[in-house]
Design a protein around this ligand. Structure first.
Ligand SMILES: Cc1ncc(COP(=O)(O)O)c(C=O)c1O
Length: 404
């Protein structure tokens, strides 16, 4: 028998990946599953991105490149950060195999056994998994639907202890689609100025902000935090390139040095072709990405319209990314075709089994009152999926109305 490391006893695969794998299996069996489960934006990068990738394949792309990233990628990323009014030198950036790898290495670089990491909940499912794998302890700050899933400064004040090493802040948010206003960011920034902890700012959805609003950053409102802020970026969402696996980090030099040391032991450099494509995505015309934002906004509107048909579902209106996180807890304890809905997991199981509709249970994101709808699918799929969703809840209401 293979004797694995102790840390593997509690390590678990990503809940989102598990749901996606299950959907793929069912689809292979011929089931017409509609999947609202995985965070893949359904658009392709522009021609200039593919051209850059082809050029890298055709040219001399066989050599190892710098772990930080090619000069072209580093410069394109710096220019992209600059558009966001964030200024970094080449020595303050590093490439990674996606935002996920970046986050893992950042945590590996800062966490000692027992160190605490503050995480607003609902959270992206991998944050606590990574913290735990690396010997740290996630400390959750609950931000339910009733507070629009947004973190409040006093929650930071209440959660910080001597063991707190860092906070992970994700805006726009996966899984809720919430976007913080400038005032809200400033209030959080003012609170964070009082606590000497590292701020990991996961900005990978920063271009995906709707309704004419802008993306605001802690370093815009509280530039003093720069010395202890680590920014994570990625081409996965903003540029529709998840499978190309490129993430970037912008941070003070000492953090970047640590990340380069770690990645030199792990991957040497990220894939050359992806690097060229990422440089084109970050540094080239942004219109292919811009063009998607009204499309996602229209999809968000469809989701909200459908949810409004079931008033017992409460869903703070998402203003970015491509997720909605309806609170469906009013239906717990009720039945569908005689089968009891006990929680988010039984609800999602019923939706999958009875309606061929896949969603991720909210407990995977730390909030079992909700379910995550990832609406970045084709419109016909979205319409059909939303119809199945609404039909399901209306049927539950009808079936249980006598008991009310
Ligand atoms: C909030 C958040 N951060 C990081 C990631 C990692 O993205 P990637 O590794 O594809 O760059 C994801 C992916 O879903 C995410 O939603």
């Amino acid at each position: 028998m293979m004797k694995l490391a102790k840390r593997m006893a509690t390590a678990k695969p990503s809940a989102v990946v598990q749901v996606s794998d299950k959907v793929r299996d069912l689809q292979k069996q011929g089931r017409k599953i509609i999947s609202f489960s995985i965070g893949v934006p359904n658009f392709l990068p522009a021609k200039h991105v593919y051209d850059a990738a082809h050029k890298a394949v055709d040219g001399d792309s066989g050599a190892y490149l710098p772990g930080r990233g090619s000069e072209e990628l580093v410069n394109a990323f710096i220019a992209r950060m600059h558009e966001n009014k964030l200024t970094y030198k080449p020595s303050e950036v590093a490439a990674a195999v996606g935002g996920k790898h970046a986050l893992f290495n950042i945590l590996m670089a800062i966490l000692d056994e027992g160190d605490e990491v503050l995480i607003p909940s609902p959270y992206w499912t991998s944050y606590p998994d990574m913290v735990e794998l690396l010997g740290g302890e996630p400390v959750f700050m609950n931000c339910p639907a009733s507070q629009n899933y947004k973190l409040k400064p006093k929650q930071i004040a209440a959660a910080v202890t001597k063991k707190t090493k860092a906070i992970i802040f994700n805006n726009p948010s996966n899984p809720t689609g919430m976007v913080y206003s400038r005032e809200e960011i400033k209030a959080l920034g003012d609170e964070l100025e009082k606590h000497n902890i590292i701020i990991i700012s996961d900005d990978i959805y920063d271009r995906m902000v709707f309704d004419g609003e802008k993306f605001h950053h802690l370093l815009h409102t509280n530039p003093k935090l720069r010395d202890r802020t680590v920014i994570v970026q990625s081409i996965s969402k903003n540029y529709g390139m998840p499978g190309w696996r490129v993430g970037m980090v912008a941070a003070p030099e000492e953090m970047i040095k640590a990340l380069l040391t770690l990645s030199s032991a792990q991957v040497t450099n990220i894939n050359n072709v992806s690097m060229a494509a990422a440089a084109a995505a970050f540094g080239g015309p942004q219109d292919f990405s811009d063009a998607m934002m009204p499309v996602f906004q229209a999809k968000r509107d469809k989701v909200m319209k459908a949810l409004a048909e079931v008033p017992a579902i409460k869903c703070p209106k998402p203003a970015g990314a491509f997720y909605a996180f309806p609170d469906v807890s009013a239906f717990y304890g009720k039945t569908y075709k005689g089968k009891k809905i006990t929680d988010d997991i039984s609800l999602c199981t019923l939706l999958l089994e009875e309606k061929d509709l896949a969603l991720v249970p909210g407990s995977a994101f730390g909030d079992g009152n909700g379910v995550r709808i990832s609406y970045a699918c084709k419109d016909d799929q979205l319409d059909e999926g939303l119809k199945r969703f609404v039909d399901f809840f209306k049927a539950v209401e009808a079936e249980n109305s006598h008991a009310a």
